[in-house]
Design a protein around this ligand. Structure first.
Ligand code: HEC
Ligand code: HEC
Ligand code: HEC
Ligand code: HEC
Ligand code: HEC
Ligand code: HEC
Ligand code: HEC
Length: 201
């Protein structure tokens, strides 16, 4: 009696053990940060990284090195579609789209993991914009009859967005806008824009 149940019990235990070991050897149980700690280091860490590497890298089998990948880097999709899995696509596809956004180049401006700058940007403040728009600082910007030398482009504080510095993104949005020239506020032309920050117009 005892030996008969042991005969069925032992193979069952061994099988359970094998299944347990297999499950833990698979990617699900691998601590990615043990070997890739820098991906979660820096002043700003993407909340998606805190949710787990698998929230984007669902197709990585890291039980061996080199890993086995399904798709590029084991990503469930490539940007921008990857990003739209969690970020509302409507915010990036308004009437006027910034060309790098339209082209899906999210990673030209952002790092996907972590970094030293706010909003996971690849450069700080106006420097990011000036990588592609260097000409803006070479001549007066926003010239009007009563603004012959143009508007200043940087300052310590944005009068509308409290706590943020004043810069390109005080007047323009980086992704898409319902208004021409990627204006941040409803405006048909330059003059319409002034009232959002100044009482004199
Ligand atoms: C928001 C989605 C997202 C999350 C979450 C994420 N990654 Fe990535 N990862 C990417 C994208 C997109 C790329 C491709 C980058 C490129 O093309 O330059 C990438 C590339 C990589 C690469 C190869 C290229 C490089 O930058 O070194 C490694 C290694 C990597 N990720 C590791 C990780 C680890 C480890 C985690 C968890 C701590 C993680 N990733 C979480 C989106 C993500
Ligand atoms: C035991 C250490 C180790 C663990 C754990 C580990 N990795 Fe890696 N990973 C490496 C090494 C080493 C490389 C570079 C060699 C290679 O291309 O495989 C790498 C490369 C990568 C790459 C980039 C491959 C390329 O083509 O550049 C990605 C993406 C990646 N790992 C994601 C992950 C994710 C996601 C996890 C967790 C599920 C993880 N890794 C766990 C050691 C590890
Ligand atoms: C698995 C879900 C997920 C994916 C995929 C994802 N994100 Fe995020 N991301 C979040 C969450 C959650 C936040 C925090 C809330 C918010 O700002 O929407 C966030 C915040 C951000 C922020 C603001 C960070 C800050 O410190 O202010 C940026 C920038 C960002 N994501 C860019 C991207 C880009 C670019 C991609 C595609 C490469 C991407 N995200 C893909 C979940 C995701
Ligand atoms: C031309 C550079 C640029 C490109 C391309 C770009 N972004 Fe951004 N993104 C920014 C800047 C700059 C900010 C911070 C804006 C601010 O300070 O208000 C930002 C902020 C964000 C945020 C934080 C929330 C918000 O709207 O402020 C998210 C999420 C984000 N970007 C996702 C994306 C995704 C997804 C893509 C690709 C579809 C993308 N970005 C492409 C420059 C860019
Ligand atoms: C990767 C390159 C790149 C970066 C970085 C970049 N832009 Fe652009 N931007 C372009 C291109 C290309 C155009 C279309 C041609 C042009 O007007 O110069 C454009 C056009 C614009 C326009 C005019 C849009 C219109 O419909 O008239 C504005 C405003 C603008 N960008 C603001 C910004 C701001 C603000 C930043 C920083 C957050 C920025 N750009 C960063 C590439 C870039
Ligand atoms: C005070 C608000 C304001 C600031 C700050 C600002 N812009 Fe503009 N920008 C405008 C207005 C208004 C226009 C439209 C000009 C016109 O119609 O005469 C414009 C137009 C543009 C254009 C379209 C091409 C052109 O020259 O007309 C680009 C590109 C641009 N800005 C980029 C930038 C960048 C990059 C920065 C930061 C270095 C910046 N802007 C800072 C208000 C601003
Ligand atoms: C997003 C906010 C914002 C918008 C929009 C804006 N300004 Fe300004 N402006 C500022 C800031 C910040 C300063 C510097 C601090 C101050 O003097 O209040 C400034 C300064 C000025 C000055 C003082 C002179 C100088 O260079 O310091 C004048 C004049 C001016 N702006 C005119 C305009 C006109 C005209 C418009 C519309 C075309 C406009 N501004 C749109 C934020 C803005």
């Amino acid at each position: 009696m005892g030996s008969r149940s042991a005969k069925t019990l032992y193979p069952a235990l061994i099988l359970t053990g094998i299944i347990f070991l297999l499950a833990h050897a698979a990617w699900g149980a691998v601590d990615c940060l043990k070997c890739h700690p820098e991906k979660a280091q820096g002043k700003v860490v993407h909340p998606a990284v805190q949710m787990g590497c698998e929230s984007c890298h669902s197709g990585v089998d890291a039980s061996t090195t080199p890993h086995k990948f399904t798709g590029k880097f084991g990503l469930s999709a490539l940007p921008p579609e990857l990003c739209f899995q969690c970020h509302d696509k409507a915010k990036f596809t308004k009437k006027i789209q910034h060309p790098p956004v339209k082209n899906g180049q999210c990673l030209t401006c952002h790092t996907p993991h972590s970094g030293p700058y706010g909003s996971l940007l690849r450069a700080e403040g106006n420097d990011l914009c000036l990588k592609c728009h260097a000409e803006i600082t070479q001549k007066p910007h926003v010239v009007m009859d009563f603004l012959p030398n143009g508007h200043l482009l940087a300052g310590p504080s944005d009068p509308v967005r409290k706590g943020k510095p004043f810069g390109c993104v005080s007047c323009h949005v980086p992704h898409s806008s319902d208004w021409g020239r990627l204006f941040r506020y409803k405006a048909d032309n330059a003059r319409d824009l002034c009232k959002y920050c100044h009482g004199f117009l």
